[in-house]
Design a protein around this ligand. Sequence first.
Ligand code: NAD
Length: 288
Amino acid sequence: MPVKKIGFIGLGVMGAPMSRNLVMGGHEVTGFDLSAEAIRAAGNRPASSAAAAADGADCIITMLPKGDHVKQALFGDGGACEKLPKGSLVIDMSTVQPLETDEIAAEAQSRGFRFVDAPVGRTSRHAEEGKLLIMAGAEVGDLEDARQYLSLMGDTIIHCGKPGMGSRAKIVNNYMSIVSNVVVAESLVLAERSGLDLDVAIDVCRGTTAGQGHLNTTYPAKVLQGDTAPGFMLDLALKDLKIALELAARINAPTYAGAAARPVYELGQACGKGREDWTAMLQLLRGI
Ligand code: NAD
């Protein structure tokens, strides 16, 4: 594989190991970060600015906290686009508001660069191991070019669509995992406060939809097949939710997520979906 010149901007918890994997893959990586300590710790060739990191590069990669940082690093004073050769790839791997990704993509393209948004799933441990899940938004040809870099940082690359779609996939994914984190914690506190052994509660929940997740169990079997004949009726789900909320109120267990879910089930009932499968929730929300 030909050695490529890569400018890497943002050498924090994620960026540092990702950039090291590009070096291990045989590429010449020049790193820039606002923190001199981060540059030193990453161990790449150091640059004095984002522009310097991009000078003569085939590709610039950003791994920064927010969209504003990405704009500054690419388009600000001393930004990468001042020195990046036209036609080069700009790959933003940060988690960014997708509407800002659209702005960044349009600005990069208007300046003559090819843009790929490629935010990542999983953890810093996976970044160390080169086993991230990468969600790419890109034109097909640009993704083919970007794969030589992305495949050194991740073991799963999903093409989500045109530029901006990787960023959207990341936010959808995080919305699901961030909200479900609350209900997992609530459920375990409910278990503890109701006197259950926590390990027993975890064993039970891991064996059902609760722990295995609707996306792995009920949705593919029912609503995603267009089938909402009741397996488990929405009416019964609401009955059980009310029981849980009542128990929680008696024993002072917090139920923020449960309280937010209740009116949605009630709406389903009011809209005549009470006797349908509980996965008819998807159709209910599509209709809003
Ligand atoms: P971090 O704070 O450890 O690293 C960010 C680095 O960017 C810092 O070293 C900071 O000095 C640098 N920086 C900020 N503005 C800069 C600029 N204008 N120019 C140059 N450098 C600049 O953050 P992180 O955990 O590495 O996360 C980076 C991105 O990855 C975020 O968008 C985050 O949401 C996403 N992400 C993080 C994880 C995780 O587990 N940490 C997982 C998936 C995705």
